[in-house]
Write a protein that binds this ligand. Structure first.
Ligand code: C5P
Length: 210
């Protein structure tokens, strides 16, 4: 079984995806991490994330396991991720890995949960369940700002809101694999607790698989 979860930045996709994977004992892949890792590698090499040559070279040498100890959750890396993600050849390089993960989940698991921007539309268009998780931008910025502060990172609410809005705009308007709801079931998490979102989606998935 494949569960595809897409949506804009900081909408609660990751939290939901991890909980669903744990509940159903499925493998979990945070595909944003792949783009963040490429962005990080470009920056670390002193390159430009919007330069096709720099970004494609980084994608080709990517070994996500090697970046386990690197904190990829800074806003600088998020911005670089969204720049490299707009380059078609970067997406092409990362596609096979994502599809193979979904088709043959590691650890002999019987299913996979993938979260990202184009899982239901491009990576796994035949996914059994497609969810589009969203929330109002102000709420998403508030959550991300709190998260960054809790990690002891410097952050201001207006800067986070501006960064999230710029990233959403780039992700929604790019030519290749733009963020779109498509035929997914939309879940607005703005006024819901993580528990409520989990209960609702678990029930939705169980209904569809019986
Ligand atoms: O989900 P996360 O915030 O970690 O994603 C970082 C960036 O990676 C996104 O803003 C988006 O540009 C890109 N991304 C993508 N396709 C995916 C996952 C992430 O383009 N499937």
């Amino acid at each position: 079984m494949i569960i595809a979860i897409d949506g804009p930045a900081a909408a609660g996709k990751g939290t939901l995806a991890k909980r669903l994977a744990a509940h159903f004992d499925f493998a979990f892949l945070d595909t944003g991490r792949l783009y963040r890792a490429v962005g990080y590698l470009v920056l670390a090499a002193g390159g430009d994330p919007s330069n096709e040559g720099d970004a494609v070279r980084a994608a080709q040498t990517l070994d996500p396991a090697k970046l386990d100890s690197v904190d990829l959750h800074t806003e600088k890396i998020a911005e670089a991720a969204s720049q490299v993600a707009a380059i078609p050849d970067v997406r092409a390089v990362l596609l096979d890995f994502q599809r193979a993960f979904a088709r043959t989940p590691p650890g002999g698991k019987t299913g996979a949960v993938l979260d990202g921007r184009d899982i239901g539309s491009v990576v796994c268009p035949d996914a059994d369940v497609k969810l589009f998780v969203t929330a109002r931008p102000e709420i998403r910025a508030e959550r991300r700002h709190k998260e960054l502060q809790e990690k002891g990172l410097e952050s201001t609410y207006p800067a986070v809101l501006a960064e999230i809005e710029a990233r959403d705009e780039r992700d929604r308007t790019r030519k290749v694999s733009p963020l779109l709801t498509g035929d997914a079931c939309e879940i607005d998490t703005s006024d819901k607790t993580p528990d409520a979102v989990f209960d609702e989606t678990r029930a939705y998935i169980e209904d569809r698989s019986t």
